[in-house]
Structures are given as C-alpha cells and as structure tokens.
Design a binder for this molecule. Sequence first.
Ligand SMILES: [Zn+2]
Ligand SMILES: [Zn+2]
Length: 344
Amino acid sequence: MKAAVFTEVGTPLAVEQVPDPAPAPSELVVKVGYCGVCGTDLHATRQGLTTACHGQILGHEFVGEIVEVGPQAQGNWQVGERVCAMPFIACGHCLPCAAGRFFECQNKKVAGVDAQGGFAEYVATGCRETLRLPDNLELQTAALVEPLAVGIHAVRVAQLKAGSRVLIIGAGPIGLTTALWCRFFGARSVVVSETAASRAALAQAMGATTVLRPDPAAGTAGLLAQFMDAAGGPPDVIFECVGAPGLLQQCIEIAPYGGRIIPVGVCEQPDSIMPFFGLVKELNIQFAIAHTLDDFETSIAMLAAGRIDVAPMITDIVSLEQLPAAFEALRTPDHQCKVLARMW
Ligand SMILES: [Zn+2]
Ligand SMILES: [Zn+2]
C-alpha cells in the first residue's frame, strides 16, 4: 500500500510503498477514507519527548471501511461497514479496558506511536476500539470525531456545571471542540482567547460567546479585565489549550478562589509556576488527555443527530501525495484548522 512515512526530524513525510498491515487475530483492517492531521503528529516529527521512530506512519484521526476481519475479532464486524476507531489497540483484559478507558491500559499500542497510523491506504484497528458510523453521518464529518472526543473528555474532566463562566486559551482544533462542548453543556459564557485572526473567527462559528484578542502589552491583568467585561465575572473553569510555557502561571493568576484549571495543551518543555498564587486560592489543576469509549460514542451520536456541527473546522482536504507539503505548511499555519488527507 501507499503511505506517508516519517523518516527523520527535519525531513518531510515521504509517500512510499510499504507492506500492507498484518492484523492480529482480534484486529480489523480499515481502508482509510480520511485521516486528519493533529498537533500530536507535528510534535512527533520534532525533537522532543514524543519523537517518532524512523519508518513510523503517523495519523490517528482516521475513518473508513472495514476490508478484513480477524478470525478472533469480537463484535460481529462485516466487511464494508463504515467505521472510525480510537487510536489504541489495548489488551482487552485489564480493568480500564473493561470500562472503555483504553488510554489507561498499560499494554496498549497507540496508532502513530507504536502501531502504524492512518496516513496510509489501510490501517489495523482493534475490534473493541472500533466504532460503527450511522448511515447518515458523512465520512468526512466523522473524521472530526477524535478531536471532538478530546474536547468532550476535557469538559467532563472539568466537571463543568451549567451556568459556568469558561475561559478557553487557544482556538486550535482542541480549543474549538472544547468551546463547542462547553456551550453544549450549558456554560453561561464561553470566552475564547486567541491571537490569530483566522482562528478567532472560527471560534465564533464553533460556539464561543465571545472571542478575545489578548493584548500582550496588557499582560495577565489585561486578559482578566477583558474576560470580566465579556462574562460579568471571573472564569469558573479555564481550559489551557495551547501548551506553551508561561500559560499555566497565567491561568493561576486569572483564576478566582476555588477555580478550576484544565491543562489540555501538550507542553513538552519545562515550565515554572509560582505555587503560592495557587495555594492562596485553593485552585484545582486537573490535567486532561485523550478520551474514553463513551467520549467517542457521544461524539458520534451528537454528530449523527445534527446537534453539533464541525464543518467550519475543516479548512483543507488534500490527497496522500499532497499531504507531506500540507503537513509542513502546518508548522507555520495561517488559515488552516483541520487538514484532512483524503485517501480515495
Ligand atoms: Zn488528535
Ligand atoms: Zn488493557
């Protein structure tokens, strides 16, 4: 099959012929329809904590059609069924697996990390981690299920209450899906802070009640003043959806007494905070990552019911051949939000 393969840091992905996936007995093979590019994929091609190995196929936001069912794959899977999959193949026997919390499984493989990912014509998936798509749900739309699941997971981890005032820092794909779910679950104010103009416009389309353009010169006090203006009070919950040093400290300074901070952005650098400012406000800092089976199921159900809309997030659709260039362009994005590689 053809796939976009990572070779080394500093070199674009290479579209090459590689062996077809060899599924384990309990796995399925999916013919990939679309695979979205995620910030995690970009991280994996840089020097850092998550740098990919030579020959890795990245991509974990894929949807497609089943072409092969392993002899021990439970779930009555049929060739031709339209599916998406969680990007894990877990052990299926541990307690977290039984609860659908595959990310917690200590014996899992992760697509794009230690299992081949979806920037390819075919990908192997786990029979437990694969989900059927309702007939009325377009494949292209379903390609956004994974980032939606990350967003709903963060909002669930935050224990968001209806009527809350929310600040979301960053309007990348995860900031946007977090904004969508905050609105869905009844936040009174969904205020998104974003410096880039194109992303700020998208935030409005995705459910933000106000989009702030922070003024770096005005600092943290300036951002809080802008938030108070927009929401009429301080933020009950702050989602940090960028992952850059300095932002956690900014969240700590903005949060009110008893406030909740949810770091969702991927920060791979040391970052210093002044704990005292969190201490005197008894802040809750609760990290959030990935998703559970129910986060996927809920995202699929709400998309299929037409109760949420992610169409504004899809800004670019490219072929597998065009993917390496589109991937490099994402290192300095301008208009892009979600870039999808279309495989057929
Ligand atoms: Zn992702
Ligand atoms: Zn397990």
